[in-house]
Write a protein of this length. Structure first.
Length: 466
């Protein structure tokens, strides 16, 4: 909520005021860009690699002394349950450590010369150098960890970075910026701007920006990409509608808790949440009923309560949207096995739907809510064809004990990553992570992002003694 150039940060659970912070405008964004660009242009101000390592090591140490504080901030503003928010904080600390460790991996290679008469008497090699000013626009669903992925990677690569946090969850980002300052990161190398969309667009279109990182909706991401200056590199991370293939030989005892976690973690507000589960017709009723039983027992409510397993959606509007989509499915004849109703203005029941039509919204769009759809199949290739039929392709999964079936699914599913006997939301921060097609462009993951935030320079030396 915005008023009189102030942003009211509200609890997504009960809409109570957490904090009020000032919104900045175009003038402040311009100032941030000027500071970042000036730092990059003056190579005497670049931070040496050993100092970047030391700064990030101090940052991780400070964070480790404030786990409880950071956890409560993330849970209160983002609505992710306390236990899961603590896991996010621990991941964020590990992400900082990963970035520090991978600074030593920036290296070039020798390019062979003398292979032709024209290349005699030469030696050539490449180096990697910072790409330039990085601008990042972040999302609400992992307010601390996404900040890490969009700022620490730039710092590690030697780039000044400006980040605009989500307007619903700016506090974790601001807390992290303060920690960086405490860790003695020089002024201007990581700046946060809390602003509206019009001011934020300057972070995209300005020709001084060399790398743009965006996490959010596809419609906004592709629009912003169209506004980039020529030569600006970008990474866009959008949503998915993650498919899962379940074969007859799947291990129910292991699989069902994983599907529940992957589908209902953070109330389904994760870009790789389990959404569309294709189950062989011989076991579909059993799988659906058992998943519904798990869903119906999940504790939904206040994210600050340590017993809560599913928290609120980020805004009441999102509850309205999920309710509308599920009601559409019910009206179309879909069987509701669990949930199917709102609990309050902020919470929606963990919901399991059986065989919704393939042409309605829960089957064709990213739900981004606590809803899992189960579909029956007899022909696995046909199920994969349906799974691949959407424009959204991010992570997918298959559950089977047959290695040949697993490899067949990995080969045929259109996804950047396919999990075998695990849920679609599995991720560690050193693996490549990103969407393809409408789900995004570029590759995340701490070391991969760091690599993208550098560029190669070739040196060729000509000498008579070579």
């Amino acid at each position: 909520m915005k008023s009189a150039n102030m942003l009211k940060v509200l609890s997504p659970f009960d809409q109570s005021l957490i904090k009020e912070i000032p919104l900045v405008g175009k003038e402040e964004v311009e100032k941030a860009l000027s500071i970042a660009y000036s730092l990059f242009q003056d190579q005497s101000k670049w931070i040496p690699a050993h100092e970047r390592i030391a700064i990030l090591e101090r940052t991780a140490h400070i964070m480790s002394t404030r786990i409880e504080e950071l956890t409560k901030t993330a849970a209160s503003e983002g609505g992710k349950p306390y236990a899961d928010s603590k896991v996010e904080v621990l991941r964020a600390i590990n992400g900082v450590k990963l970035a520090a460790e991978h600074i030593s991996q920036f290296k070039g290679e020798q390019i062979p010369m003398g292979l032709t008469k024209a290349s005699e008497n030469r030696i050539a090699f490449t180096t990697r150098e910072p790409i330039g000013v990085v601008s990042s626009i972040s999302a609400f669903n992992h307010p601390l960890n996404l900040t890490i992925h969009q700022t620490v990677t730039a710092i590690a690569a030697g780039c000044p970075v400006i980040i605009k946090p989500a307007s619903t969850t700016p506090l974790s980002c601001l807390a992290f910026i303060d920690i960086l300052k405490e860790a003695n990161l020089p002024d201007g190398w990581c700046q946060a701007v809390v602003c509206g969309r019009e001011a934020a667009e300057q972070l995209v279109i300005d020709k001084r920006v060399n790398y743009f990182s965006f996490i959010g909706s596809a419609s906004v991401g592709w629009y912003l990409r169209s506004k980039l200056s020529p030569g600006t590199r970008c990474a866009l991370e959008h949503g998915g509608a993650a498919p899962v293939i379940v074969e007859k030989d799947a291990d129910f005892e292991e699989m069902l808790p994983l599907l529940a976690k992957g589908g209902f973690y953070h109330a389904g507000q994760v870009c790789v949440s389990v959404q569309r589960v294709f189950v062989h017709q011989d076991i579909v009723r059993d799988v659906a009923d058992k998943l519904a039983k798990i869903a119906s027992k999940l504790i939904v409510g206040d994210p600050m309560n340590e017993k809560t397993e599913v928290g609120p959606l980020i805004l009441p509007y999102e509850v309205d949207r999920v309710e509308e989509w599920v009601n559409e499915a019910i009206d179309a004849g879909t069987e509701v096995l669990a949930g199917g109703k709102r609990i309050s203005d902020s919470c929606y029941e963990p919901t399991v739907l059986l065989n919704p039509p393939l042409n309605i919204r829960v089957s064709t769009l990213e739900i981004f809510g606590p809803v899992v759809c189960i579909y029956s199949y007899s022909d696995r290739d046909k199920a994969i064809e349906i799974a691949n039929s959407l424009d959204l392709h991010f992570q997918a999964a298959v559950f089977t004990k047959n290695i040949d079936v697993a490899l067949d699914c990995v080969k045929k599913l259109n996804a950047t990553a396919v999990m075998v006997n695990d849920h679609t939301a599995f991720r560690v921060d050193w693996m490549p992570f990103g969407g393809r097609d409408s789900s995004g462009i570029g590759m995340g993951g701490i070391p991969y992002t760091m690599h993208e935030m550098t560029r190669e320079k070739l040196m060729v030396i000509k000498s008579k003694v070579l």
